[in-house]
Ligand binder design. Sequence first.
Ligand code: AMP
Ligand code: FE
Ligand code: FE
Ligand code: ZN
Length: 287
Amino acid sequence: MTIDLHTHSTASDGTDTPAELVANAAAAGLDAVAITDHDTTSGWAEALAALPAGLRLVRGAELSCLSPDGRGGHCNVHLLAYLFDPEAEAVVGNQARVRAERRNRLATIAGRMAADGLPVSADDLLAGLPPDSTAGRPHIAMALVRAGVVSTVDEAFARYLNDRGRYYVSSSRTPVEASIEMIARAGGVTVLAHAFAHRRGPTVTAEVIKELAGVGLNGVEVDHPDHDAEARSQLRDLADDLGLITTGASDYHGTNKVIRLGEETTSPEMLDAIIERATGVEIVTRS
Ligand code: AMP
Ligand code: FE
Ligand code: FE
Ligand code: ZN
């Protein structure tokens, strides 16, 4: 059983359309895949319509959140949300607001770069986004690649788009406790994404994860490409102590990252635990 519970499509900052994503997941030999675009469910319908026979589809999203960091400050975290009701009013409102703010942010970053003579246009970038999709820095990175300014998305981040770069603008964030409660009320299951990915920037402490478990967090993503062996073993021990679900996933972004579908995986028992707790929408398979 190969189960990959964290992937992105063109509904956010991946490069596969939702239809291509599920086709590629089947071709990669996956038995189950989750579509988890940043702050949107707009890829769900296309992924569902194109679902190849035998592949189980877990509909989800990855929410941009702000968390206490456990050291008296705050840090950005990503919350994976699975099988929630996409029409729950709070979810619709929250995601629409986050997406609108992220489009404004994309325009601000692109405008600053254009003012410095870089060949990016905020209007062109926004016009190129699918409806209800989520704008992110990778869209600017891809524009820089297309313009020949850099040769890869990674190089664009290293030279222009990283959090310490001169063009960086922080993005809209929802408090993680509120997001956990919102998804629980919408019948979904929450898993904290890449919580100890230290190379991405400041991370939460184990104490914070314990507090989040107290407000209803269901699981932690353990096997993630940005987690080293120490991070994985710390998270696994913590999940054991707290009775949390543990997952593994590639965080596939198509050609924007080098990770393959199914490179990290979740056990069938853990997927069953997610399905058991969820009451929003069902996991889908076509015969
Ligand atoms: P944003 O959500 O706009 O702040 O952009 C963050 C997104 O950019 C993440 O979800 C990653 O997919 C992507 N990302 C961050 N750092 C890099 C990098 N060095 N190379 C490629 N993609 C990156
Ligand atoms: Fe992303
Ligand atoms: Fe993430
Ligand atoms: Zn992701």
